[in-house]
Design a protein around this ligand. Structure first.
Ligand SMILES: [Fe+2]
Ligand SMILES: [Fe+2]
Length: 276
């Protein structure tokens, strides 16, 4: 007997999308002005404005992936335990793959996409688009707070693209999301150990707390400006699921109890912010 499955012609309503969960791939656009129509599958089908936005989003995505490799690099042989060393090496390999995946989407945009890829490959530390990716990891607590906070924003950006209207992008999401989950858990674990086993794993609670104050504001900035016209358009085109402020609010709701559970304090939402 075959178990009942949802018909491929009746896509689930957007509200049925589980955040971070696995969902069946669908061919239809699930939200926005073209909901119910077939997803866009090639760059040629896109309007000029939508094309421009996807290219911009993928350039930023790839830039963050490549930048984080540069940030992790000095710590690859300094992690305090063997397991940490292995997980960090794996994170770097994952980020390289994510960068490749974003660039493959850019390649579909022909010469325009290729020019951006060529430029991305020349970027050095300090030359990246977002502040969080131009900061150095000065201590092991920075590695923990970066993966806890900054990678977690990355997950929100990926979830926002889950089942989006551009098929090649939608299909890249499940594997990237499952890999990012490892990065977040690692970051939280590094901070937790610093609090609970003070000094044993290369760092104290005070250092962990300092790193939270350093990275949390940069992570909140990554969601972009509130009331952004671009984020509203991205929703209308079925590309993103939330406005910048909606995603930021969900994120704050998620990280607040995680930090209090391990005995660390978050600064107020407005603390040291550059982008509001
Ligand atoms: Fe990544
Ligand atoms: Fe990551």
């Amino acid at each position: 007997m075959t178990p009942p499955t949802s018909s491929p012609t009746t896509p689930p309503a957007p509200k049925s999308l589980k955040e971070g969960g696995t969902i069946e791939p669908v061919r239809e656009i699930l939200w926005g002005a073209s909901a119910g129509a077939r997803k866009f599958e090639t760059a040629e089908e896109l309007s000029a404005d939508m094309r421009k936005l996807i290219v911009r989003l993928m350039v930023v995505q790839a830039d963050t992936e490549f930048a984080s490799i540069q940030q992790h690099r000095p710590w690859l042989d300094q992690a305090p335990t063997l397991e940490d060393r292995w997980i960090q090496a794996r994170i770097v390999a994952d980020e390289a793959r994510h960068g490749l995946q974003a660039c493959r989407i850019l390649r579909d945009f022909g010469e325009e996409g290729q020019n951006f890829i060529d430029e991305l490959l020349t970027k050095r530390e300090g030359q990246h688009k977002l502040d969080a990716f131009n900061m150095k990891f000065d201590s092991w607590s920075d590695v923990g707070a970066f993966t806890m906070f900054v990678d977690r924003v990355g997950v929100y950006q990926l979830r926002a693209f889950q089942e989006c209207s551009y098929g090649p992008l939608a299909r890249a999401m499940p594997l990237m999301l499952s890999e990012e989950q490892l990065h977040l858990n690692f970051g939280l674990n590094v901070l937790r150990r610093m609090v609970r086993e003070q000094g044993k794993y290369s760092g104290s609670k005070a250092e962990a707390q300092e790193a939270v104050y350093k990275w949390y504001p940069r992570a909140l900035d990554m969601f972009g400006h509130s009331n952004s016209e671009t984020s509203r358009r991205a929703i209308e085109w079925g590309l993103k699921r939330w406005t910048n402020e909606e995603a930021r609010a969900k994120y704050i709701q998620e990280v607040t109890p995680l930090m209090s559970a391990i005995g660390l304090e978050l600064p107020p939402e407005e603390f040291d912010r550059h982008i509001l």
